[in-house]
Design a protein around this ligand. Structure first.
Ligand SMILES: [Zn+2]
Length: 334
């Protein structure tokens, strides 16, 4: 009797990925511009051992996973322990150790550095106790905590992982929105429309199925003189190039199931401008959060006439040349 057929990588990939079915994925038009003119850029084994398809949009050059996981599949992943386990594994600690660190004051001191830098660079004299800061995908709430320490501001946020929602409640005493942005955006806008001074989306846009929905919600909750801070890895500088002691990755080694988007400067600018923001500052190597590209922008009029960048062949050529460099370096070492 033959045993159940298993995927080739079935014994190597995490259970939550091995359990995914075809129905857990959907093919979509470009999530930034709606175009169906998508060109495959990679198909094969991804970072976590499962099969991924990555495409580039020929209209706006956005690189993303397509077919992508459905919202239901995403929610199962974030609401269970799977995501938290992955975070713990990334920090090379057990779940128990990960949870214990939130009780430790020195942990919060270390975590406050990003918020302090953000405050010093853009917010001194601009953010005070009467202002509200909203963090989309706020994780453990470290940005909010730090900005509250610096300015006395009011804080609120949104987070998909219920573990982190608890952490924020304990540390900051705030009941933030719990859920994927796709489900809670309306409630966030209803509560905060036009009343927020600063919206933060730090390292979370690449996790969201619909990043434009998040940025549009940010636009709606901001006051007319409101600001947006957003940061993310750039596929060129932070995945495909060596960074610090970490060697460069091939594109397959960069793609993971829970990150449907891979931003780079051109697509990042297009996305922000299209959602109604005027860039004040864009830094490919962020001085605020290491190994991130960041943008600080102010609320402007939403526009639908932004022309995306058409240099798709240039973007693909850059991916291929970085991959060639990585392969060459590895062969040289052998
Ligand atoms: Zn596009």
């Amino acid at each position: 009797v033959l045993s159940e057929p298993r995927p080739i990588w079935g014994n190597l990939i995490p259970e939550f990925l091995a359990d995914l079915k075809e129905a857990d994925f959907e093919t979509i038009p470009c999530p930034l511009c709606g175009s169906w003119d998508l060109e495959p850029i990679y198909e094969g084994v991804g970072l976590r051992g499962n099969h991924v398809h990555c495409v580039i949009c020929r209209r706006c050059t956005h690189i993303h996973i397509n077919p992508r996981p459905t919202l239901e599949a995403f929610k199962r992943f974030y609401q269970g322990v799977d995501y938290f386990e992955l975070c713990a594994e990334f920090s090379r600690m057990s779940i128990e150790e990960k949870l214990a660190q939130f009780e430790d004051d020195s942990f919060w001191e270390r975590r406050s550095v990003h918020g302090e830098r953000l405050y010093a660079r853009y917010l001194t004299g601009r953010l005070g106790p009467e202002d509200t800061v909203f963090d989309f995908g706020c994780g453990d709430g470290a940005w909010l905590w730090s900005l509250q320490q610096s300015s006395g501001c009011q804080v609120d946020g949104e987070e998909i992982s219920d573990h982190y929602v608890e952490v924020v409640k304990r540390k900051l005493g705030v009941d933030i929105f719990n859920g994927p942005i796709e489900e809670v955006a309306e409630d966030i806008v209803a509560k905060h429309e036009g009343g927020v001074r600063l919206a933060i989306v730090s390292g979370s846009l690449q996790h969201m199925l619909d990043p434009l929905l998040c940025l549009r919600a940010a636009h709606q909750i901001l006051a007319e003189d409101g600001f947006l801070f957003v940061c993310n890895w750039s596929i060129f500088e932070h995945y495909l190039s060596p960074y610090g002691d970490e060697p460069s990755r091939l594109i397959g080694e960069s793609l993971s199931w829970e990150h449907p988007h891979y931003f780079h400067e051109a697509s990042f600018r297009f996305m922000l401008e299209q959602s109604g923001f005027e860039l004040v500052d864009l830094q490919i190597e962020s001085p605020i959060r290491e190994r991130h590209m960041h943008a600080f922008a102010k609320k402007a009029r939403p526009r639908d006439d932004i022309e995306p960048i058409h240099d798709v062949d240039g973007v693909v050529a850059r991916v291929r040349s970085l991959e060639s460099a990585t392969v060459t370096n590895r062969l040289r070492r052998i």
